[in-house]
Ligand binder design. Sequence first.
Ligand code: COA
Length: 279
Amino acid sequence: MMGPGDGKWALCGNDEVTVMTEVVSALVPVTLDGNVLTVRMQRPEKRNALNVEMYAALATALRRANSDPAVRVVVITGGPDCFTAGNDILDFVGNPPADDTHPVMQFLFALTDFEKPLIAAVNGAAVGIGTTLLLHCDLAYAAEDARFHLPFVNLGLCPEAGSSLLLPMRAGSHRAAEAILLGQPFDAATALSWGLVNRLTAPGQADAAALEAAQRVAKQPPAAIRAARQLLREPLRLPLHDALRREAEAFVARLSSPEAAESFQAFMERRPPDFSPFS
Ligand code: COA
């Protein structure tokens, strides 16, 4: 038996809810429960670090969810101990996001153009894109022991995913500069006070909070939800596209810089990077 729409989601089993599995990548399984699609980043041995395969699968999942009337809300989550460690560092070196066709860019455009409510559930570490994608979510719930980190500059890189536009708007320019320039991790209470998440939950309960909110949104009139969401987001859609392209250009240039080479080498050797030789 196939799923809703044109058989895009393949039914693989059932419990009390209908359980469906994404056909694109085992690293990004999806389940449909009523009208709520849960998209999971699942590569626990690498702390759900996003490689090119996962970005492509996430982009596909969002595009399919957009056009499938059975999906009214999407929840994005990771594992019980880690949301995501961000971009797979080694993957990026070998396969930089050189143009709009790259899976990273496909995912970012799918995110900015997504037309239905998107809700994040953060348990554990949310690093890099793990934090910046929250800026694109309508609602976000985090466990009180979740940790957030934007280590782009620490890695010789620069902000991505529209965060150079959205983070100062959301958190204020001083806080954005603190998070980006100092590149220090921050806790869930700070993320809450900066407006990155709606509410904190007990440890391990972020998924439950996100799913509960998602089921409530899914019961609202869908056309009214879409109209409201479009009104809320349309003013920033084109500025975001512009920011994504400017960031990507700078990011790709940074990826081939000596500073980034030193940080990646240090990551592989599990030592602190030494930026003292650079001017
Ligand atoms: N890219 C590639 N591999 C990564 C990764 C990343 N972003 N983050 C973690 N991994 C890998 C580690 O190399 C390690 O692999 P190994 O077991 O083959 O050596 C494995 O995942 C576990 O990582 P570890 O650091 O031991 O896990 P932890 O639970 O102690 O810490 C994090 C989890 C997320 C705090 C930590 O892994 C981290 O800070 N990762 C780097 C995040 C980062 O800089 N992301 C880039 C954003 S642009």
